[in-house]
Design a protein around this ligand. Structure first.
Ligand code: BF8
Length: 654
C-alpha cells in the first residue's frame, strides 16, 4: 500500500518534483502545500451568489446547536444551509455539463463542416457508426452519400443543444425501465443548453430554495451531460476519427526523447491533435526538424487529448493531470500545445524557467503569457504545420538542464464498448453474453468504472490501491481519464496483469479472451462508453431489467473537476452506486448529504458515497456489487461457462 503522506507513488513524478525544486520552478504540488483549502467553501457552506454576502453558514466543528440557533444560521436573504449547499452542488454539475456540452456542440459543428467539405484533411472514418446514428435518428440512408447523411445527423445533434421541447434523443438508448423512471421523476432532460441555463437560473438569488428540488434538478442537468453532450461528442469522435480498437503504446514521462523535438498535446477536443499526428509524420517536417539538429519529432499526449490520440493512433502518453508541469520540468519539451479544460495556468510560470513554449490554440481558452496560435479547422493542416514548426524552431533553445525520467510502461488501450462486444463474443456473434454469463456464474463478481482526475490533496495515483483491490476480488475494472493513466503507468493495462493481480475467476476470463483486467475506455467524455456497456449488459439479459439491477459500481477516487461531479451525478441518476474520494462538496450539511448518499437510492436505484481511503472505498463497491448479486439470485456460484476460442468458433459456425 502506498505511503499516504507521499506526494506521488509514481517515481517519475517524484523525480521531477525534486528537479523542479532544484531548478526553482514552481509546480502544483508546491502550490497545494502553500494554499490550504478554505474549510467553509470545501464543505459547501459558503454562498457568494449575490452582493449581500458572501455568507458563511458553517456550523463550527464539534459544536451542537439548538433548533432556534439553527433557524438563525442562514444567509442574509434567509437561505438555509441546505439551500446553499444544494445550490453550490447544482452549480458545479451545471459547469461540468456545460464543459462537456460545449465540447459536444463543437464536435457537431465540426461534423457538419467536414460533411460539407469545409474542413479539408478530415473525413468520415467510421461509416457503420454514422449509419447507426442515422437509424437512431430516423435519417434516410438509401443511396445517399455518407456526407449527405452526416449533414442530417449533424444538424439533428446540433439541435439537441438548444431544443426547447421534447426529450434528448439518446435517452432512448437507456433500458426502457430507466427511461420510464426518469419521466416519472421529471428528470428526463430536454435541450442540453436549456438544462444548463435553467440550473443557473434556479440557483440565482431568490429562485429555487428547496434543496430536494435543487438536487433533483442536478440529476436532470447531469443526465443532459451523460446521455446528451458527452454522448454526442464521443459518437462524433468515432465517426470522424474512428471507433477505437485495441492498440499498444507506452506511458509516463520516459516517452519523451532526448534527441527529438518533443511536442505535448494537452486538453480535450481532438481535432487539432488528429491533424498534428498526421503532419508530424510529414517527411518535410521531419527534414525540417533534422535541419535544426533533432533526429525527429516526438508527439506525446497529456490528459484527455492524450487518451484520444492513444486510442486511435497509439500516440504515447507523457502523463496525467498532475504531471503537466512536470513534463516541462524535464527541460526537454519544445512546445506544450493546449486547447480546453484541465490546463493549469501555472504551466506558463513553470515554462518561464525552461525553454518550453506554451501554445494556446482555442479561442475560448487563452492564457496570459502563453503564445496564442488559433486553430482553424478550415485550414487545419496549415494550423498544425505552423505550430509544429514553432516547436521545431524552439529545439535550438533547449538548454543543458535536461533530465528525462526513465519510467515508461507498456499498455494496451482502445476498449470501446463495441470492441468489448467483439472481443467477448467473436466477430459473427458480437455480444455481451459471455460477460453476463461469467458474471452469473461468478467468475467475474461485477464491473466497476474507476474514473476521473488527480488531486494534489491526496497522494498522486494512490487510487491504484482501489483498482488492485477490485481486480483481486474478481471485479473487472473499466477506466477513463487520468485514472486510466495511473493504472497504465503501474502496468495494469496489459494482459499479463491478469495473472499477477486479478483474482482467479477474473484472471481465467482475461486469459481466455486475452484482455487486461483493467480496460482503458478513453477520455473523460467517453464515460458514455461505460453507460453503453452497462446498457448492453442489461439488454443481453440475465442481470435484471434496469441499470440499477446490475452488479456494478463507479468511483472517482482522486476527483477535482466539476466535470467529474457531473459524471458522477449522471451515473447515480442512471442507477449506479458511485464513490468519490478526496473531499465531498456538501459534507458540511447533513440533510443534503443524506439525500445524496441515502435517499437517492430509493428514488434512482443509485446513490453517492464519500470514502477517501481507496481500499475502504473498494470494499464499499464490492459490498454493493454483492448486494446486487444477491438481489439477482446469483450470489451462489452456478455452472461455470467460460467461452474459450473453440467454443466461440463453434458458436460462430452455427
Ligand atoms: O476530462 S480526468 S483531470 S483531464 S477532468 Fe481533467 Fe479530470 Fe483528467 Fe480530462 Ni477528466
Amino acid at each position: 500500500m502506498a505511503d499516504k503522506e507521499a506526494k506521488s507513488i509514481d517515481q517519475a513524478t517524484i523525480e521531477m518534483i525534486e528537479k523542479a525544486a532544484e531548478d526553482g520552478a514552481r509546480v502544483v504540488f508546491e502550490r497545494a502545500e502553500k494554499m490550504r483549502p478554505c474549510p467553509i467553501g470545501a464543505e459547501g457552506s459558503c454562498c457568494k451568489i449575490c452582493a449581500m454576502g458572501p455568507c458563511r453558514v458553517a456550523l463550527p466543528k464539534g459544536k451542537t446547536e439548538t433548533a432556534e440557533e439553527k433557524r438563525r444560521r442562514v444567509g442574509v436573504c434567509g437561505a438555509t444551509p441546505e439551500t446553499i449547499a444544494a445550490r453550490n452542488f447544482l452549480r458545479m454539475i451545471a459547469a461540468g455539463t456545460a464543459s462537456h456540452g460545449d465540447h459536444g456542440r463543437t464536435m457537431a459543428k465540426f461534423l457538419l463542416a467536414v460533411a460539407k467539405g469545409e474542413a479539408p484533411g478530415y473525413e468520415i472514418k467510421d461509416e457503420q457508426k454514422l449509419l447507426q446514428l442515422a437509424l437512431d435518428f430516423g435519417v434516410a440512408i438509401g443511396e445517399r452519400s455518407n456526407e449527405e447523411i452526416a449533414i442530417d445527423v449533424g444538424e439533428i445533434m446540433l439541435k439537441e443543444f438548444g431544443k426547447q421541447d421534447g426529450e434528448l434523443l439518446f435517452l432512448k438508448r437507456a433500458p426502457l425501465k430507466r427511461q420510464e423512471l426518469w419521466r416519472k421523476l421529471g428528470v428526463a432532460p430536454e435541450g442540453i443548453d436549456k438544462e444548463v441555463a435553467e440550473a443557473m437560473h434556479r440557483t440565482h438569488m431568490g429562485t429555487d430554495q428547496d434543496y430536494h428540488d435543487l438536487l433533483h434538478n442536478g440529476v436532470k442537468v447531469a443526465l443532459a451531460d451523460g446521455w446528451g453532450g458527452s454522448m454526442i461528442a464521443t459518437e462524433i469522435h468515432d465517426v470522424l476519427f474512428g471507433t477505437p480498437s485495441p492498440v499498444a503504446s507506452q506511458i509516463n514521462l520516459g516517452v519523451l526523447k532526448e534527441d527529438e523535438v518533443n511536442i505535448i498535446i494537452h486538453g480535450h477536443e481532438p481535432q487539432l491533435a488528429e491533424m498534428m499526428a498526421v503532419v508530424s509524420q510529414d517527411p518535410e517536417m521531419i527534414k525540417y526538424a533534422k535541419s535544426k539538429g533533432a533526429k525527429g519529432i516526438n508527439l506525446a499526449g497529456m490528459c484527455c487529448t492524450a487518451n484520444e490520440m492513444l486510442m486511435r493512433h497509439g500516440v504515447p502518453i507523457a502523463g496525467n493531470f498532475l504531471q503537466q508541469e512536470l513534463a516541462v520540468v524535464t527541460g526537454a519539451v519544445e512546445a506544450m500545445v493546449v486547447d480546453v479544460q484541465c490546463i493549469m495556468q501555472g504551466l506558463v510560470d513553470t515554462a518561464n524557467c525552461y525553454h518550453t513554449k506554451v501554445i494556446t490554440t482555442d479561442r475560448r481558452a487563452k492564457i496570459q503569457g502563453a503564445t496564442h496560435m488559433e486553430f482553424d479547422e478550415h485550414n487545419a493542416a496549415e494550423s498544425a504545420k505552423a505550430i509544429i514548426k514553432t516547436a521545431i524552431d524552439n529545439f535550438v533553445n533547449r538548454g543543458k538542464n535536461v533530465r528525462i525520467p526513465s519510467q515508461k510502461t507498456d499498455m494496451i488501450a482502445g476498449f470501446s464498448h463495441e470492441t468489448i462486444n467483439y472481443l467477448l463474443g467473436g466477430m459473427f456473434r458480437a455480444s455481451y453474453r459471455p460477460l453476463n454469463d461469467n458474471i452469473i456464474n461468478g467468475r467475474i463478481r461485477g464491473v466497476a468504472g474507476v474514473v476521473g482526475c488527480n488531486n494534489p490533496r491526496v497522494t498522486h495515483d494512490i487510487q491504484l490501491d482501489m483498482v488492485k483491490e477490485l481486480i483481486k476480488n474478481d471485479v473487472l475494472v473499466l477506466q477513463t481519464g487520468c485514472m486510466a493513466m495511473a493504472s497504465a503507468k503501474a502496468g495494469l493495462m496489459v494482459p499479463e496483469a491478469a495473472a499477477k493481480y486479478a483474482g482467479e475467476g477474473l484472471a481465467s476470463v482475461c486469459e481466455t479472451v486475452g484482455i487486461p483486467p483493467v480496460l482503458h475506455m478513453g477520455a473523460c467524455i467517453d464515460n458514455t462508453r461505460i453507460l453503453m456497456a452497462a446498457t448492453a449488459m442489461v439488454k443481453d439479459g440475465g442481470l435484471g431489467d434496469d441499470l440499477s439491477d446490475l452488479p456494478v459500481a463507479g468511483a472517482a477516487p482522486e476527483w477535482m473537476s466539476e466535470k467529474a461531479l457531473a459524471i458522477g451525478q449522471y451515473f447515480v441518476g442512471s442507477g449506479v452506486f458511485t464513490v468519490f474520494g478526496v473531499t465531498w462538496p456538501t459534507i458540511g450539511n447533513e440533510e443534503v448529504t443524506k439525500l445524496l448518499f441515502k435517499d437517492m437510492e430509493g428514488m434512482y436505484g443509485g446513490m453517492w458515497a464519500f470514502e477517501p481511503d481507496p481500499i475502504k472505498a473498494a470494499k464499499l463497491m464490492i459490498e454493493h456489487i454483492d448486494k446486487k448479486r444477491k438481489a439477482l439470485g446469483i450470489d451462489k456460484a452456478g455452472d461455470r461457462v467460460l467461452y474459450d476460442m473453440e467454443m466461440r468458433r463453434e458458436l460462430d459456425a452455427v
